[in-house]
Design a protein around this ligand. Structure first.
Ligand SMILES: NC(=O)c1ccc[n+]([C@@H]2O[C@H](COP(=O)([O-])OP(=O)(O)OC[C@H]3O[C@@H](n4cnc5c(N)ncnc54)[C@H](OP(=O)(O)O)[C@@H]3O)[C@@H](O)[C@H]2O)c1
Length: 231
């Protein structure tokens, strides 16, 4: 059975990615930092899908939690086909970079940038045992440098630009593994808000495609709507 870990999967885009991967027949390890929310989400998905769903506690900002999750998943499966680094936070709002504190920047980078890197590192031994492993990092158009900054959430934007850099480096470092970043678009979740233009199904589409049907030779890219873009 194919296996996948999705971080931050108790709600929003991550939950929808977990649902779709379970519908594809994956054994999904549904990652969440809060046990109650993670168990409830896993229970919601279990039964409705051909795949299996197992809750795993993982706080991507905490190395000990990530190591414990890798151990737990390693006891349940001998390989990991797909890792979706979805967990993310926006700590800052509309503010100038000049009023963004070091604390805000550190907290944001810890989850959005270092998080995907440390989770990938911890799961490399399991990814290496899969035939054609895939890592998908959920990034954002907010990290694109081509349009210039507009003042919204500078720490978040910087963290996603840096995440695209992490993706590029991992694609080089993990030769056997397809590693890509995705902009899901503006999606109706707690983060995106009710006025966002896309449903979670639409937001999950490119992520799930990269996790399943995209050519494995496609790697080191930043994509939106299944198409690589410059960032
Ligand atoms: N929504 C959009 O319009 C949009 C646009 C571009 C990119 N994105 C990206 O898409 C991803 C998912 O966002 P979303 O819209 O689904 O947001 P969301 O509804 O706020 O969900 C975020 C998820 O990440 C989890 N999370 C946060 N910090 C974590 C940590 N340290 N360890 C583990 N889990 C953690 C949250 O857990 P808790 O429930 O415990 O807080 C939650 O499950 C993020 O990376 C976001 O940056 C979203």
């Amino acid at each position: 059975m194919k296996t996948a870990l999705v971080t931050g999967a108790n709600k929003g885009i991550g939950l929808e990615v977990a649902r779709q991967l379970a519908a594809h027949g994956f054994h999904v390890f549904l990652g969440a930092r809060k046990t109650e929310a993670g168990l409830a989400a896993a229970a919601k998905l279990a039964g409705d899908n051909p795949g299996e769903v197992t809750f795993v506690r993982i706080d991507v900002s905490d190395s000990a939690s990530v190591a414990a999750a890798a151990k737990e998943v390693g006891q349940a499966t001998d390989h990991l086909d797909v890792l979706v680094n979805n967990a993310g936070i926006v700590v800052d709002g509309d503010s100038s970079i000049l009023s963004t504190t070091d604390e805000i920047l550190r907290e944001t980078l810890e989850t959005n940038t270092l998080g995907p890197l440390r989770v990938t590192r911890a799961f490399v031994p399991l990814l290496e045992k899969a035939r054609a492993p895939r890592v998908v990092n959920v990034s954002s158009g907010a990290g694109q440098l081509d349009g210039g900054a507009d003042g919204w959430a500078p720490a978040y934007c910087i963290s996603k630009t840096a995440l695209n850099g992490v993706t590029s480096q991992l694609a080089h470092g993990l030769k056997h593994c397809a590693v890509n970043s995705v902009c899901p678009g503006w999606v109706r979740t707690d983060m995106g808000g009710a006025n966002a233009t896309r449903s979670v199904e639409q937001g999950a589409d490119t992520i799930v495609w990269l996790a399943t049907d995209a050519p494995h030779s496609l790697t080191g890219q930043y994509l939106r709507d299944r198409k690589p873009l410059a960032w």
